[in-house]
Design a protein around this ligand. Sequence first.
Ligand SMILES: *[C@@H]1O[C@H](CO)[C@@H](O)[C@H](O)[C@H]1NC(C)=O
Ligand SMILES: *[C@@H]1O[C@H](CO)[C@@H](O)[C@H](O)[C@H]1NC(C)=O
Ligand SMILES: *[C@@H]1O[C@H](CO)[C@@H](O)[C@H](O)[C@H]1NC(C)=O
Ligand SMILES: *[C@@H]1O[C@H](CO)[C@@H](O)[C@H](O)[C@H]1NC(C)=O
Ligand SMILES: *[C@@H]1O[C@H](CO)[C@@H](O)[C@H](O)[C@H]1NC(C)=O
Ligand SMILES: *[C@@H]1O[C@H](CO)[C@@H](O)[C@H](O)[C@H]1NC(C)=O
Ligand SMILES: *[C@@H]1O[C@H](CO)[C@@H](O)[C@H](O)[C@H]1NC(C)=O
Ligand SMILES: *[C@@H]1O[C@H](CO)[C@@H](O)[C@H](O)[C@H]1NC(C)=O
Ligand SMILES: *[C@@H]1O[C@H](CO)[C@@H](O)[C@H](O)[C@H]1NC(C)=O
Ligand SMILES: *[C@@H]1O[C@H](CO)[C@@H](O)[C@H](O)[C@H]1NC(C)=O
Ligand SMILES: *[C@@H]1O[C@H](CO)[C@@H](O)[C@H](O)[C@H]1NC(C)=O
Ligand SMILES: *[C@@H]1O[C@H](CO)[C@@H](O)[C@H](O)[C@H]1NC(C)=O
Length: 748
Amino acid sequence: MKSRMKLSLLGITATAAIHLHSRSPAPPCTNLASTLSLSDPPYSNYFYSDCNVAAQVVVTSPLPDSNLSTIGPRLIVAWPAGNSGICTFFAPQNGVNGTLSVELVNSTIGQPLAPVYNASSTSNYPNVGVQGIIRFNSSAVLSLPILGSIRTIRDFVEGASILYPEIQNANKYTANSDGSASVERQWLDNVTTTSLCFHPRINGFTSGNSTVTVANGTLEFGAGEYLFTAQFNYPQLASLKPDAVLNNQSTHLTTTMPDQTTALSFLSYSEKLLAGAWRFLTYFGRDSMISALLLESVLSTGNGTAMEAVLGAVLERVNRSDGSVCHEETIGDYATWTNLQDNITSSAMACTYGMVDPDYYLPVLMQRYFLDNPVGQKRASAFFNTTAGSINAANQNLTWGQLALINAERIMRLTAPFAQNQTKSNLIHLKQGQPVGQWRDSEFGIGGGRIPFDVNTALAPAALRSIALLARGGIYKKKQRWSQLADQYAQIWEDNTLQFFEVTIPQSEAQTLVKSYKNASSFAGPDQSSSIDSVLTLYSISLDGYNNLSKVNVMHTDDCFRHYLLNTTDNAQLSKFLNATATNIRRTFPAGLMTDVGMLIANPAFGGDPVYASNWTTGAYHGTVVWSWQLAMMAKGLELQMGRCEVTANFSIPSAKKRVVATPDFCTDDSIFDNVKAAYNALWDSIELNSDQLSTEMWSWVYSDGKFQVTQLVDLPPPPGLSGQTESDIRQLWSLAFLAVSRNANFQ
Ligand SMILES: *[C@@H]1O[C@H](CO)[C@@H](O)[C@H](O)[C@H]1NC(C)=O
Ligand SMILES: *[C@@H]1O[C@H](CO)[C@@H](O)[C@H](O)[C@H]1NC(C)=O
Ligand SMILES: *[C@@H]1O[C@H](CO)[C@@H](O)[C@H](O)[C@H]1NC(C)=O
Ligand SMILES: *[C@@H]1O[C@H](CO)[C@@H](O)[C@H](O)[C@H]1NC(C)=O
Ligand SMILES: *[C@@H]1O[C@H](CO)[C@@H](O)[C@H](O)[C@H]1NC(C)=O
Ligand SMILES: *[C@@H]1O[C@H](CO)[C@@H](O)[C@H](O)[C@H]1NC(C)=O
Ligand SMILES: *[C@@H]1O[C@H](CO)[C@@H](O)[C@H](O)[C@H]1NC(C)=O
Ligand SMILES: *[C@@H]1O[C@H](CO)[C@@H](O)[C@H](O)[C@H]1NC(C)=O
Ligand SMILES: *[C@@H]1O[C@H](CO)[C@@H](O)[C@H](O)[C@H]1NC(C)=O
Ligand SMILES: *[C@@H]1O[C@H](CO)[C@@H](O)[C@H](O)[C@H]1NC(C)=O
Ligand SMILES: *[C@@H]1O[C@H](CO)[C@@H](O)[C@H](O)[C@H]1NC(C)=O
Ligand SMILES: *[C@@H]1O[C@H](CO)[C@@H](O)[C@H](O)[C@H]1NC(C)=O
């Protein structure tokens, strides 16, 4: 009864507030708004999306045990359109950290969010955004607002605390006659304005101190509740609703896995899919293609669908001069800012091409869709005929088909030297001057290695196999000769790369190594040395790393790329590799990769140099931590390899028709097959135990009470030399892979 009473009282207030802000009516949304609230203390996440706007709001409020030097009261509003946002930090007016808490509260305005839509007389685009009620438990001051691009916000929050005067100095504070006050900033494009307005709740239902003033060059608040309105006038993306993201056979997922399908829809637009919320609400080539591969069986196909959004976004952004796939796009206010650094007055988008791995996913995904998928087969000619340049003006006058060809030419060019002469120097290296270059793209990801394991042993040969098939399928005009040549290259890359990375460690030495690792890392659990019952095999995560390491001997999960993408045919090599993967997955960390919180992506225990223990930590983004999509790809990879033992050619898949399907040797070696099956099920058991985490980007752990326990990365100190910690995204595109990946009962 009490709460109902409060709601009706709030209703009066809300009406008044709406009145004061006179929202003009939005054009009708044919689809209902979709919302998602996710609690992840000290963060609360709220998603709102309808046909006019999509927004994510993240409220941070310190917990009693929060580290107050890193966790402070904060309100973030993030919009996919333009990768835009607002980040505001608040401080208690009494100056005592930890005494101010902030929260969004439900009201008749919204539960807690409502859309904002104001047609503008001065702008081509309406002001759109979200509003809701925010509550401060004590008097507060807006200590820092950053308005404009999420990239500008990331530059500040991700460690370095960088602020740009040309952006910060444009913030304007205004006190309005109706008692509200706002901060707003016009973008460097001179056209778009982002604003955040706070209006005190009137009539004092909840607090008599709810007043906001402009003082000391910022906003100051009394304790109490405020209607906040965050909006901007910028062209919005066309969202793909849950049933438009999924194919017809998979629409039931909107009822069986509503959280995941809502998140997938929030990240899906007709022009592109976005990598994650809130830090990566924009195009990322690698993320979207890996996601499309893993989600292929459930994604919608055809014109205007999720699958074509991914492929079209990638092709639109290919570097026409060398065929590189765009890693990350720079758009919105950050594009104008970046151009300005080059003395260019323009808001044209730009792309970063520093990564080496995205290039290789493109032919693989093209093959899966345009050759293996019946819808894709019919779409190929119209799709590749699409003229590029509508998003990325740099690619004007080319078609997506031409850009696909330029990408394949790059791969043929880069893989040719090794196909001729199998030397280490002919392996694919990171680009010059780039400290990182594949998915483990943080400081200690592959330990500074120049030659990554995944690209060389899996992605390059897989791309070559696909190029051969696409050439046979007539997708690359006038490149018939690739039908044979790319297959020849692929065979060489498949058979001759693994040996550069292979490391075998005698049993007793491996046991000694985990014991010394336990000491070097202060790991609190058992060293598990007794579980090492034979010679240990692992594959270096990279070659030519920091500290003059010719091999960076970190045990890892990147084996999954090879298992997932290739049906290799060198039996001796396959048996050894597959058995090593299985053994390393099954063993508990630090002897292997398994923990109570899932399979770790890296285990530095066998490196033998103390630098390993200090760099690959539980606090490192790509350290001894868990990434959801790696669980999915490994599970799928092991399943595909075991599937080779049962299945003969699937003649419903045209590209499989011509392949010789022979059962690999490991199928008849019980010691290997049973080991793989045991690893597969151990992995699935751990996936099921950690179902609450699976849709998040990544997570870490602490060892206490005799087990590994889930801990968020932000709660752990960063590795040496890094000033700031990384905040894991609450929802990440490729972490939604479990919509399509599940345990295969045939192997249980
Ligand atoms: C108080 O919070 C601010 C802002 O987050 C931070 O810079 C400062 O280090 C904190 N002070 C203490 C004593 O934790
Ligand atoms: C706010 O409303 C939502 C949706 O009705 C509900 O799920 C949530 O529990 C409410 N929160 C509070 C704190 O009452
Ligand atoms: C915005 O206006 C300023 C001042 O007139 C001008 O210097 C600048 O070039 C303009 N920027 C753009 C992107 O048009
Ligand atoms: C301005 O800030 C100073 C120091 O932070 C503080 O002492 C003063 O009370 C503030 N003035 C107002 C009007 O809030
Ligand atoms: C309102 O402000 C007064 C004076 O600062 C304070 O004593 C009181 O606790 C505040 N009330 C609330 C509800 O925060
Ligand atoms: C931009 O112009 C300034 C002033 O003319 C010059 O100092 C700077 O080197 C230029 N920057 C670039 C990237 O060209
Ligand atoms: C390709 O585009 C051109 C020009 O836009 C058009 O004339 C042609 O019919 C298209 N071909 C296909 C196969 O769609
Ligand atoms: C997709 O459909 C739209 C609208 O019918 C059409 O304009 C566009 O040309 C089609 N695109 C492709 C690549 O077929
Ligand atoms: C595309 O062609 C037009 C007309 O020839 C030309 O003006 C424009 O610069 C070209 N665009 C690019 C990116 O090459
Ligand atoms: C392969 O490269 C090695 C090392 O650079 C060189 O000694 C050898 O002659 C090359 N072999 C061929 C066939 O080019
Ligand atoms: C590998 O073989 C399996 C059948 O066992 C098939 O489903 C899969 O598509 C093949 N993968 C590749 C990359 O050829
Ligand atoms: C495969 O690994 C298992 C477990 O480590 C081991 O017992 C078995 O001997 C291995 N099989 C081969 C053929 O190496």
